[in-house]
Design a protein around this ligand. Structure first.
Ligand SMILES: Nc1cc(-c2ccc3ccn(Cc4ccccc4)c3c2)n[nH]1
Length: 234
């Protein structure tokens, strides 16, 4: 998978050089290219924003640098990319979105800042790729970079070969629509707190049943909305 990220804070993504995704990049599983939007400006101040038509507080990102950046990236692409813009007004990103993204050949992420990007950019981007406005959740960030970092990690780790043991992906929260069961390791007693005896029993059937019950109990207590989704699927 190829990932292009366009941002006015390219250094923000230096962290993608380390950890799992760093290894995936060096092994060629992931081809991540970070671009500074200001490289597509032509004035002395490398201007990317201007005042909003119609008035109002804050600034809006100018369309011209975005148009030139997307043209160059899409032109250089082997296949029609999916172009993802984080937005508070987007569809919420879920594990299903992460799974969908992990199967794509080429994703271009456009990180907005200020009060957002001139709306015409999303329309123009539709001539170059499949445009998706995606929200990380119902809270307000200052820009798209944190959302893109989360999406790249959530999707990148699902790419076959990125995570060492693929079995570990199956029993995670949200993978089966439920929250994950609690985990324990040595010592069996820690500060007078014991590991649940069933986990020390060696009875794999009993362990599996206990873990499933824990998933359902936790989901009911913390995320009843997920249970109704499950019941809907039943
Ligand atoms: N889930 C989620 C995504 C964002 C997000 C994404 C991109 C941008 C670009 C500028 N801002 C700041 C902004 C705040 C509020 C209203 C308009 C713009 C962004 C916020 N916030 N929350």
């Amino acid at each position: 998978m190829r990932i292009d990220i366009v941002t006015i804070f390219p250094d923000f993504f230096d962290v993608l050089e380390v950890s799992l995704l760093g290894k995936a990049r060096s092994s060629g599983l992931l081809d991540v290219r970070v671009h500074d939007l200001r490289d597509w400006t032509h004035d002395r101040h490398r201007t990317v924003d201007d005042t909003p038509y119609g008035g109002g507080a804050g600034m809006v990102m100018k369309p011209e640098p975005w148009g030139e950046a997307l043209d160059e990236i899409a032109r250089d692409a082997a296949s029609r990319p999916t172009i993802v813009f984080p937005s508070p007004a987007g569809a919420v990103f879920t594990q299903a979105t992460a799974r969908e993204f992990s199967g794509l050949e080429h994703i271009v992420f456009g990180c907005g800042r200020y009060e957002g990007i001139d709306e015409r950019v999303f329309d123009y981007a539709g001539t170059l790729g499949d445009v998706r406005l995606v929200s990380l959740g119902d809270y307000v960030l200052n820009g798209g970079e944190v959302a893109v970092m989360a999406m790249v990690e959530a999707a990148g780790r699902l790419i076959p070969g990125v995570v060492g043991n693929p079995d570990s992906l199956v029993e995670e929260s949200h993978e089966d629509g439920l929250l994950e069961y609690p985990s324990f390791t040595k010592p069996s007693v820690w500060r007078e707190r014991e590991v649940p005896p069933v986990l020390l029993s060696g009875n794999h059937g009993a362990v599996a049943a206990w873990r499933r019950e824990q998933q359902i109990e936790r989901t009911r207590a913390r995320r009843p909305d997920l249970l109704s989704d499950q019941e809907g699927r039943a």
